[in-house]
Every structure is written in structure tokens, then in C-alpha cells.
Design a protein around this ligand. Structure first.
Ligand code: ATP
Ligand code: MG
Length: 479
């Protein structure tokens, strides 16, 4: 049973949890700042604008009624003002051109007769309309000054002052509520960020721990993650990868042990034979020659196995010759011309039909290995007087290479394994024929390398049938 250490995987400052939480909280803070500033400043500006419009209208009415009087005097102004409706303003001041106050509605500090020293009034006397507003202490304080014109000249100013709390209270209430909501949102966002990021990091940590366990060679370890998100998918993929690693590792172990076993047998025979020669002083020349011949045969076997092993490692290697256009017909023809001798010696006849234009994108040596091994097997696992048929055909998509023999055939239960390394159906027969059980595994590796397939089946009427296919070369497919 594998246990996972609970130690922290890394420094918290580098933790993905902290990064997640920090990003999330920063985003929320940004939103809250926006929520607390933008709507408030918008509603304050709206309140100011509507105030300005109202006060401008009011000042306009006053100014119009005063401009009918002509040059202003305190009496005339009071009269004109009393005829106007109540404007609901905190204070109205009317001055003459010297800024002397002719009319003032303030009851607490009525300044009639004094000089107004407000900057707004001096600007209005220079012909400008002046307005400004401020929100302070829960009140909107607005001031407006406007010149009074008579026949194109300024004869005085209207100065309005308004102190209003209703809208200001409304705005400050909104502000307070926004603040309260913000505190709640902020606190819950921190909480959520912590919960969420903890959950994510916990799962990432369990993946990391699983990787460590599998790295140490415990391929059976299974990672279980709840949910259906990307992390769960990552976990599932990881489990699948561990399974593959297990299979590859087992295959590697088996291969090494099989290979050592295969090499051990001829080496042991050589040792035995040479020991016998050395120990038996009276051995006659004829027997000695036979023993040395046997030693030579075993050495040939060793050479064959090592050559096959080299072919396998070459097929698996990364640095390989770039594939090029190969005419399969030439390859089959060459293999046939070499193997005819073997066939003749075993009293086997070969018939073949080779179509033209069967081009494949590959390396010629690899195709030769495939063709040679398959035809050689068809001869080796055959009987005297038997036949071998070789066909090379093509269609729009593929090149098809078929070998058929009237030989011993392959039992159906062995068929799934014959492409495995070192697998032999009849060990004695194969050994006798000098085989190591690597031929078909090289054939299958090489065919796969070029996008091809190899399939075996029983031949109708006895024997075996091997069908190998390759994608046909149509030009322009070079890498
Ligand atoms: N045409 C065939 N008919 C009957 N049995 C076959 C045929 N081809 C292969 N086999 C069986 O499959 C086994 C594996 O074949 P493979 O070519 O991989 O090895 P081998 O011929 O024994 O050795 P090698 O090819 O390395 O010299 C053979 O030992 C043989 O038992
Ligand atoms: Mg073979």
C-alpha cells in the first residue's frame, strides 16, 4: 500500500492558491472601488446640473423683471421683487454696478446698503454667468451670479444662494449603503477565494504527490479526484499514463530477460562443446571437427540474434534515415532472388505475381526486412514439396503485399502472439531453422513505422497467409 506524504509541496509564496486568491480579491477590490466612486460621482453631478438649470431659470426671471426698471434703486428693486413668486431659495441678493447691496432676503445678516465682496458678483459685473456647487456636510450648497442688463449695459447683479439637504441626504445614504454592501462583498469574496483556491490546490497537490509516487516506480497507484472538471480529466489521463508506463516497464523487463535467455542458450552450448574438446585429450579429428562445426553454428545464431536486436533498436530509435520513394517490386524481387536457393534446398516452389507502380514512402532496408522475413517464414515453416505464393498489388489507397504457404500453419490460439518478441510456436522447429522468434516483431514494428499493417490468417486449404499493407506513395508526401 502506498502512502502519500502530507508535507507541504512548496513555499506558500509560490503557491498557486495564493496567486488565485490574490487575483480574485484584487478584481473584487477594483470592482468595489468602481462601485463606490462612479455612481456616486454621477448622481452628484446630476444633482448639480439640475440645480444649476433651476437656479439659472430663477435668476433669468429676476434679471428680466429688473431690467424692465432701468437704473436700479433699493426701493424699485424691493417692489419688483415683492411682485415675484416665492422662489424657495435660501438667499437672494441684488446689487448695483458698484456691488452695493440693494436687496437681501437673509434675515440673519441682512446686508442691504453694504458692499458685496463675493468673487461671483465681481465676475457677474464683468458680464459673466457664474455657478458653482459643492456637496459638504450632507448639504448641497450652490451659488449663482448673473448680470442684470439694461439696453446692452450691466446695471447690477442677481446673486442666488441655495442650501439644500434633501438630495444631499439621498446621495449620502446611497454612499453609506454602497459602503456597507462593499464590506460584506469584500469579506465574502476573501472567504470564497480562500475556500475555492484551497479546494483547487488540494487537488493539484494530490496530483503532484501521485506523480512523485509513480516516479518512484509504484505504477499501480491510482489517483482519485472527484468532479468532472479539467483537473479530474488531468487525473484520469495521469492514471492512464501510469498504466502505460507499467506496461512499457513490464515489456522492457520481459524483453531483457528473454533476450538474455536467448543469448545464454547458444553461449552455454559453445561452452559445453569447447570444454569437451579441451577435456577429451583423445578425441579423434572427425569428432573434433563436428564439435567445432557446432560451435560455429551456435556462433551464427548469436550473430543472427544480435543483428535482430540491433534492427529492433534501430526501428525504435529517433535518429533514422528520412523515408523516400521505394519501388516495392524491386524489394520483393531482390528478396526472392536470395531466398530461391533456400526454397530449392527445401524442395519448395515459389510462385509470384508482382504488379508495377507499387511505390511506398519508406527506407528500403526496412521494407527488405519485412519482405524477407515473411517469405523466409513461408519457406521455413513448410514441408518438402510445398508451395509459396507471393503477391504484390495496389489500389488507390494502398500497396498490398501477400505471402501464402501450404506449410504447417499456425494454431489459432498462437496467432495473437506471433508478432511478440521471441515468440515461437514450435520452439524446436524454429531453433532448428535458426530462428530466434524476432522476425515477425521486426516486421510488425517496421510496417507500423510507415503507417502500414500486418495481419495473419489461416490459408484456405492449409498453411498460413500474411497480408501487409502500406499507404501508397502518390508524390509530395515527403517530410
Ligand atoms: N508462415 C508460417 N507458417 C507457420 N508458422 C509460422 C509462419 N511464420 C511464423 N510462424 C511461427 O511464428 C513464430 C514467430 O515467427 P518469427 O519470424 O517471429 O520468428 P522465427 O522465424 O522463429 O525467427 P526469426 O524470424 O527471428 O529467424 C515462428 O517461430 C513460427 O512458429
Ligand atoms: Mg522468421
Amino acid at each position: 500500500m502506498v502512502t502519500i506524504s502530507k508535507t507541504k509541496v512548496f513555499d506558500i509564496r509560490n503557491s498557486i492558491q495564493l496567486k488565485f486568491a490574490a487575483n480574485y480579491v484584487a478584481l473584487i477590490v477594483l470592482l468595489l472601488v468602481l462601485m463606490n466612486t462612479y455612481p456616486i460621482s454621477m448622481s452628484r453631478n446630476l444633482a448639480f446640473t439640475s440645480k444649476m438649470k433651476t437656479m439659472e431659470d430663477q435668476a433669468g426671471i429676476i434679471s428680466a423683471s429688473l431690467s424692465e426698471i432701468g437704473p436700479l434703486s433699493a426701493d424699485e428693486v424691493s417692489k419688483a421683487m415683492s411682485s415675484l413668486e416665492d422662489m424657495n431659495l435660501t438667499r437672494i441678493i441684488i446689487t448695483d454696478t458698484d456691488a452695493k447691496i440693494l436687496f437681501d432676503t437673509s434675515e440673519t445678516e441682512n446686508n442691504a446698503g453694504k458692499y458685496a465682496i463675493f468673487s461671483e458678483i465681481s465676475k457677474a459685473l464683468n458680464g459673466m454667468d457664474v455657478f458653482y456647487s459643492v456637496l459638504k456636510n450632507n448639504a448641497i450648497m450652490s451659488r449663482l451670479a448673473m448680470p442684470v442688463q439694461y439696453k446692452g449695459t450691466t446695471i447690477g447683479t442677481v446673486y442666488l444662494y441655495d442650501y439644500e439637504t434633501e438630495q444631499a441626504t439621498l446621495i449620502s445614504n446611497i454612499q453609506k449603503n454602497m459602503m456597507r454592501i462593499s464590506y460584506v462583498v469584500f469579506a465574502s469574496s476573501i472567504l470564497l477565494a480562500l475556500i475555492f483556491s484551497r479546494a483547487v490546490t488540494k487537488r493539484i497537490n494530490s496530483i503532484l504527490s501521485a506523480i512523485k509516487v509513480v516516479k518512484e516506480g509504484s505504477y499501480d497507484y491510482k489517483l482519485t479526484l472527484k468532479g468532472k472538471d479539467e483537473l479530474t480529466q488531468l487525473g484520469n489521463e495521469f492514471n492512464r499514463m501510469a498504466e502505460r508506463l507499467k506496461t512499457t516497464d513490464e515489456m522492457r523487463r520481459r524483453f531483457v530477460s528473454d533476450a538474455s535467455h536467448e543469448l545464454k542458450t547458444p553461449l552455454a552450448a559453445i561452452k559445453l562443446l569447447s570444454d569437451s574438446i579441451v577435456q577429451n585429450e583423445n578425441m579423434d579429428v572427425e569428432t573434433t571437427r563436428d564439435f567445432v562445426k557446432d560451435i560455429g553454428r551456435e556462433a551464427d545464431r548469436l550473430v543472427k540474434i544480435t543483428e535482430d536486436l540491433l534492427s529492433i533498436s534501430r526501428l525504435e530509435g529517433e535518429t533514422r534515415t528520412k523515408p523516400y520513394k521505394v519501388d516495392m517490386k524491386n524489394v520483393v524481387f531482390k528478396a526472392l532472388s536470395i531466398l530461391t536457393v533456400l526454397a530449392k534446398n527445401s524442395e519448395i516452389t515459389i510462385q509470384f505475381e508482382l504488379e508495377d507502380g507499387c511505390f511506398v514512402l519508406a527506407v528500403e532496408d526496412d521494407l527488405h526486412q519485412i519482405v524477407f522475413n515473411l517469405i523466409e517464414n513461408a519457406i521455413k515453416y513448410n514441408e518438402a514439396g510445398g508451395q509459396v505464393f507471393v503477391f504484390l498489388r495496389k489500389d488507390d489507397e494502398k500497396v498490398v503485399f501477400i505471402t501464402e504457404d501450404t506449410g504447417v500453419g499456425i494454431p489459432p490460439e498462437d496467432m495473437p502472439f506471433i508478432f511478440d518478441r521471441f515468440y515461437r510456436v514450435d520452439k524446436a522447429r524454429s531453433r532448428e531453422a535458426g530462428g530466434s522468434g524476432l522476425g515477425l516483431s521486426i516486421v510488425s514494428d517496421a510496417a507500423k513505422r510507415y503507417g502500414g499493417t500486418v495481419e495473419v490468417s489461416a490459408r484456405e486449404g492449409g498453411g498460413s497467409r500474411f497480408v501487409t499493407t502500406f499507404p501508397i506513395y502518390k508524390g509530395g508526401q515527403e517530410l
